[in-house]
Ligand binder design. Structure first.
Ligand code: PBG
Length: 325
């Protein structure tokens, strides 16, 4: 059988130059956001066992470390704090001298790194849940008041953006009102809108010491089986004033990213989470995958699905190795 001339698709794959001319997707370092952990309980860097290469820093090192990430060409970090004091309502999250507030001030003092403050209570509560408990379930309405206080406190400390990850209803509206009435009308909210109750957060919970002491997060995070519901979440966040919508995790949810891209004109962020990192790193350590190729392919696929920006633990190594990609 004769192949029709227009079906010779291999013509455009014949050499690297032609392949790069027809390449549809690319990303820049300016699209990547690097998650960083600052831990009030340590005096030396602590490597996260289930995330080889990811390190939690003591307060007195976080600014220098963040400045060196900036020098590599990464312009934004997502900052997580691990406090020395926890209580049942997570007061460390909105304290003026909370770990994220102190770290943000020190980072902004020495560099122009953009600090996006993750906003949740699970690192700050003794029980590890994302808010105040009522009969062992997170109480929505009292929790979002605390999120609003936390947002203002993070903005006061110099955070450039806040990123609520608790999946409470109406959290964005409460935070927007609080930020506006405190004068932070220009502080954007990156909403973790479609955040699934995912097994892929396991390594993070070791890093952030935020594993719930009982139960799980399925009364607020989304069921992995649901797609349509993700758009109800996103629409609610848009109505409430979210500036950026996030899908999390990324690779197992590329369909959600894709459809969000088609439906909405606002920027879409995707979070390649700790378990996605751990899987790729573990396979590469065993010699089962080419680390660099697999990492770059994973980021390309998230971009191709429609993400404008990617939160990824690989950001730093991509920046370090960009010259020989
Ligand atoms: C806090 C929060 C979590 C992650 C980001 N913010 C954990 C969770 O919801 O249990 C996960 C990030 C990752 O796995 O990389 N609510």
């Amino acid at each position: 059988m004769k192949i029709l001339p227009e079906n010779r698709l291999r013509r455009l794959r014949i050499n690297p130059t032609i392949r790069s001319l027809v390449r549809e997707t690319s990303y820049n370092l300016s699209d990547l956001i690097y998650p960083m952990f600052v831990d009030e309980n340590i005096s030396k860097p602590r490597e996260i066992a289930s995330m080889p290469g990811v390190i939690a820093y003591p307060l007195n090192m976080i600014a220098d470390e963040s400045a060196s990430v900036k020098d590599l060409g990464i312009n934004a970090i997502l900052l997580f704090g691990i406090p020395s004091h926890k209580d049942d309502h997570g007061s460390g999250a909105w304290s003026e001298n909370g770990i994220v507030q102190k770290a943000t001030r020190s980072i902004k003092e020495i560099s122009d790194m953009t600090v996006i403050a993750d906003l949740c209570l699970c690192e700050y509560t003794t029980h590890g849940h994302c808010g105040v408990l009522d009969n062992e379930i997170v109480d929505n309405d009292s929790t979002i008041d605390l999120y609003a206080k936390t947002a203002v406190s993070q903005a006061e400390a110099g955070a450039d953006m806040v990123a609520p990850s608790g999946m409470m209803d109406d959290q964005v509206e409460k935070m927007r009102e609080a930020l506006d009435s405190s004068g932070y009308i220009n502080t954007p909210i990156m909403a973790y809108s479609a955040k699934y109750a995912s097994a892929f957060y396991g390594p993070f919970r070791e890093a952030a010491e935020s594993t719930p002491s009982f139960g799980d997060r399925r009364t607020h995070q989304m069921d992995p089986a649901n797609l349509r519901e993700a758009f109800r979440e996103m629409e609610a966040d848009l109505r409430e004033g979210a500036d950026i919508l996030m899908v999390k995790p990324a690779m197992p949810y590329l369909d959600v990213i894709r459809e969000a891209r088609m439906r909405y004109d606002v920027p879409i962020a995707a979070y390649q989470v700790s378990g996605e990192y751990a899987m790729l790193v573990a396979a590469a350590q065993n010699g089962w995958l080419d680390r660099k190729k697999a990492v770059l392919e994973s980021l390309t696929s998230i971009k191709r699905a429609g993400a404008d920006m990617i939160i990824t633990y690989f950001a730093k190594e991509v920046a370090e190795g960009l010259n020989d990609l």
